[in-house]
Every structure is written in structure tokens, then in C-alpha cells.
Design a protein around this ligand. Structure first.
Ligand code: URA
Length: 174
């Protein structure tokens, strides 16, 4: 499943991998957690078309099991290239697998919402929307973390803070 979004997105969201619906449609976050993610994106003042959405693994792990370290390694060059091409000012990691790329061994409950500059890019770890969907405490946390994004982007990349009036052209990239 490719990632999708505009080529100069200020914000890139990185999930875990396709679930059933994403696998069927070939698009990221189109199921229940995608609906919640759309609300979160809106709460940060963006449209889905303004952000690039990628995943750690590009194929659906059978039965929605966790991706294995081998699978994550096999997909890593694709994710590296997506990040390099889009060059987002801010990356939001959704869930522990994308968090582990930049914060190995960290606990998401301890570091969610805390922006860190790593190798010239700002990375903000957040809960996975699927986990937050039905757990009120996590839900409040991820909403608050998304609401803090515009100020963060304004501070790092003021020229890219305001989304263009027309939704930008969408790329689909492996
Ligand atoms: N969950 C993910 O982590 N990624 C998707 O694209 C969809 C659901």
C-alpha cells in the first residue's frame, strides 16, 4: 500500500501498516481509525489532503498481527525514501512501531506529544488512533497532542503553517 499526500506536506503522519480496509482499497487509514484520524487532522486545522500519510510496513500483516522486525526492516528503505522526498518539517509517529524508529525503547505513555528534534527534523510521538479510539484517556491525550501541532509547525516552518486554499495535488508513493 503506497503512502499518499502532497509532495511538499509540512506534516507527515506515520502509522503502523495496512489493516483489512486499507489492504482492500490500497489507501492508508480508510477504516474506523481513519475516520478518527480525519477528525484529529481537522482539529489541527488541516485537511487530509494537506498531510502525507505513510506506514512502517507496506503490506498487511496477516490477521492484523504486529509487524515483525524483519518486515519492518524490509520496508524501511521505502519509508526512508518517502521521508526524504516529502521532507516534512514535522513527523508525527502514530503508535509504538513508528515511534521505535526514532525513540527505541521509549514508552509512549511517557513521551507522547513531546516534540524532539532528531537529525534536523522534528518528531512528535503520539498514540495510535486505533488504540485511542475506545479509551477515553488516550483519546483526550491524542486530541490534545494534535491540537498542539499548528503552534509547533508555525514555530519551525512558519511559511508552511497555513494550508493552501485549494487542496494540493496528491501523490501516491511507495
Ligand atoms: N492503521 C495503520 O497503522 N495504518 C493504516 O494505514 C491504517 C490503519
Amino acid at each position: 500500500m503506497p503512502g499518499e499526500g502532497p509532495k511538499n506536506a509540512a506534516l507527515m503522519l506515520i502509522g503502523e501498516g495496512p489493516g483489512f480496509n486499507e489492504d482492500q482499497q490500497g489507501r492508508p487509514f480508510v477504516g474506523a481509525s481513519g475516520k478518527f484520524l480525519d477528525e484529529l487532522i481537522a482539529s489541527a486545522g488541516y485537511r487530509r489532503a494537506d498531510v502525507f500519510i505513510a506506514n512502517v510496513v507496506k503490506c498487511r500483516p496477516p490477521e492484523n498481527r504486529d509487524p515483525t522486525p524483519d518486515e519492518i526492516d524490509a520496508c524501511r528503505p521505502f519509508l526512508d525514501r518517502q521521508i526524504e522526498l516529502i521532507n516534512p518539517a514535522v513527523v508525527v509517529t502514530l503508535g509504538r512501531f513508528s515511534m521505535a524508529r526514532w525513540f527505541p525503547g521509549a514508552k509512549i505513555s511517557a513521551i507522547h506529544g513531546k516534540a524532539r528534534k532528531i537529525e534536523g527534523r522534528t518528531i512528535v510521538p503520539m498514540f495510535h488512533p486505533a488504540a485511542a479510539l475506545h479509551q477515553p484517556a488516550l483519546r483526550d491525550a491524542i486530541i490534545a497532542d494534535f491540537e498542539a501541532l499548528p503552534a509547533l509547525i508555525a514555530a519551525i516552518a512558519p511559511e508552511r503553517k497555513t494550508p493552501p486554499p485549494e487542496p494540493p495535488e496528491q501523490l501516491r508513493l511507495f
